[in-house]
Design a protein around this ligand. Structure first.
Ligand code: ATP
Ligand code: MG
Ligand code: MG
Length: 364
C-alpha cells in the first residue's frame, strides 16, 4: 500500500483520491477549507498549506502532488529533499506566475500570445500598442475561471483596469483571434517515459469552461503532442500537466496557459473507456509505469455550475440520458460555482453530438 499526499483538497483532489483507491493508494490531503470536497474519500489535514505538522504528515507519504497551483512555494520547499514532489517546486515556480510561465514556454520553444509585464504605473504608457491595441489584463498570480482578468480595448481602460485588479503585478496579453481552444494532458514519469491524454476541444463562456469534446484523430493532435513533449522535457517534468492552447486560423497552436495538474477539460477521461487523467497523475506522482490516458471512445463533458433560482438542472433527465454519467463534488450551492459535471460517451461522433444537444438542454 502506497500513500500519496496532495496539496489542496478540492474536487480535483477528490477525483484523484477516487482513482487512487483501486490502485491500493491511500490519499492524504492538506487543505484549510473544513468543507473540502476531498475530505469524504481521503484523510483530511485541515490546516494551512504551510502548517508544520501538516507538512510533516505529507513528508511521511511515498510522494506528494498538487491539485492547485496557488500553494506557497515555501510549503514545497519544506517537503523537497524529504519526499518526491511531482511536479516539483521549480516547475510550480513558473506555472503559478503568468509572466514567468510565458518566458519558460518560449524557452521550451512554444509560442504564446504577445505580452507586456505591468508592475508599476510606469509600465502602462504604450503597453497596449505593444501588444497590438487590444488584449486582456490578467493578474500574474492567483487567477482562475476568468477571475482576475479584464478585457482591454483602449489605453484609458488599461489604467482603470489595473486599479480594479488592485495594482498588483499583471500581464497584459495581446488578444488572440482563435478559431477554437483545445487542451492536452501530458504525464512524464521518473526516467523520462511520456504518456498523453486525448486532445479536447473546449468552449468557455465568461472565462469559465462550459464544455469539452474529445473526438479521435483531431487534426491538431500531432502538433499539440509535439509541443507538450517539448514543454514536458524542457521543464524536466515528473508528474502530469495540462496545456491549454489557442488554435489560430492557419492551424498553428499558441499555448494559453499550463496547469501543473489534471484539468477540467480532462474529466471526460473518467468515462471514455481508457485510463483516467486522475489515475495517470497518481501513477506519475508515485513514479509508477504510465499508461496512455487517451479516451477509447468519442466523449464529451458538460460542467454543472451553480444555477440561478429557476434554472436547476433536470437531474432525472440527466440520469435517464443514454451514455451520460453524473459526477457531483458535494460542494455547497453558489451561483456560478463549479459543482459537478456530466460525462457523455457514444460509439460515434453523430450519436455523441445528438446526445450532447439533449444534455445541454437539461443543464440551462
Ligand atoms: P482557468 O485557469 O480556469 O482555465 P484562467 O482564469 O486562468 O482560467 P485563462 O485561461 O487565462 O483564465 O482565460 C480564460 C479564457 O478567456 C480563455 O480560455 C479564453 O477563452 C479567454 N482568453 C484568455 N486570454 C485570451 C486572449 N489573450 N485572447 C483571447 N481570449 C482569451
Ligand atoms: Mg488558469
Ligand atoms: Mg485557462
Amino acid at each position: 500500500v502506497a500513500t500519496l499526499g496532495i496539496l489542496g483538497g478540492g474536487q480535483l483532489a477528490q477525483m484523484l483520491a477516487l482513482a487512487a483507491l483501486p490502485l491500493g493508494v491511500r490519499v492524504v490531503v492538506l487543505e484549510p477549507d473544513p468543507h473540502a470536497p476531498a475530505r469524504v474519500c481521503a484523510e483530511h489535514i485541515q490546516a494551512p498549506y504551510t502548517d508544520a505538522a501538516g507538512l510533516e504528515r505529507l513528508a511521511q507519504c511515498d510522494a506528494v502532488t498538487l491539485e492547485f497551483e496557488n500553494v506557497p512555494l515555501a510549503a514545497l520547499a519544506q517537503l523537497e529533499g524529504r519526499v518526491p514532489v511531482r511536479p516539483a517546486g521549480s516547475l510550480l515556480n513558473f506555472s503559478k506566475h503568468r509572466a514567468r510561465e510565458k518566458e519558460a514556454l518560449h524557452a521550451a520553444g512554444a509560442g504564446t500570445a504577445s505580452f507586456v509585464v505591468i508592475e508599476t504605473e510606469a509600465d502602462l504608457p504604450g503597453a497596449l500598442e505593444r501588444i497590438g491595441g487590444r488584449g486582456v489584463l490578467k493578474t500574474a498570480e492567483l487567477g482562475y475561471d476568468g477571475k482576475g482578468q479584464v478585457r482591454i480595448g483602449a489605453q484609458a481602460e488599461l489604467s482603470v483596469a489595473w486599479g480594479e485588479l488592485g495594482r498588483v503585478p499583471c500581464v497584459l496579453e495581446g488578444w488572440v483571434d482563435f478559431v477554437r481552444e483545445v487542451s492536452l494532458g501530458v504525464a512524464r514519469t521518473v526516467g523520462g517515459g511520456l504518456a498523453f491524454g486525448g486532445l479536447t476541444e473546449n468552449v468557455h463562456r465568461d472565462g469559465i469552461l462550459r464544455r469539452s469534446l474529445y473526438l479521435p484523430n483531431d487534426p491538431a493532435e500531432v502538433q499539440a503532442r509535439a509541443l507538450a513533449r517539448q514543454v514536458a522535457e524542457g521543464w524536466n517534468l515528473e508528474g502530469l500537466l495540462t496545456l491549454e492552447f489557442f488554435e489560430l486560423p492557419g492551424g498553428e497552436l499558441l499555448v494559453n496557459e499550463v496547469a501543473p495538474r489534471v484539468h477540467n477539460s480532462g474529466h471526460l477521461t473518467q468515462d471514455g473507456g481508457g485510463v483516467s487523467q486522475f489515475e495517470a497523475q497518481v501513477r506519475a506522482a508515485l513514479g509508477w509505469p504510465l499508461p496512455d490516458f487517451t479516451p477509447k471512445l468519442p466523449c464529451a463533458m458538460v460542467n454543472i455550475l451553480g444555477w440561478p433560482a429557476d434554472q436547476e438542472p433536470d437531474w432525472q433527465g440527466i440520469l435517464k440520458l443514454e451514455g451520460a454519467r453524473l459526477h457531483l463534488y458535494g460542494k455547497a450551492h453558489k451561483p456560478g460555482r463549479k459543482l459537478g459535471h456530466v460525462n457523455l460517451v457514444a460509439q460515434d461522433e453523430a450519436a455523441l453530438r445528438a446526445r450532447l444537444g439533449e444534455l445541454e438542454a437539461l443543464i440551462p
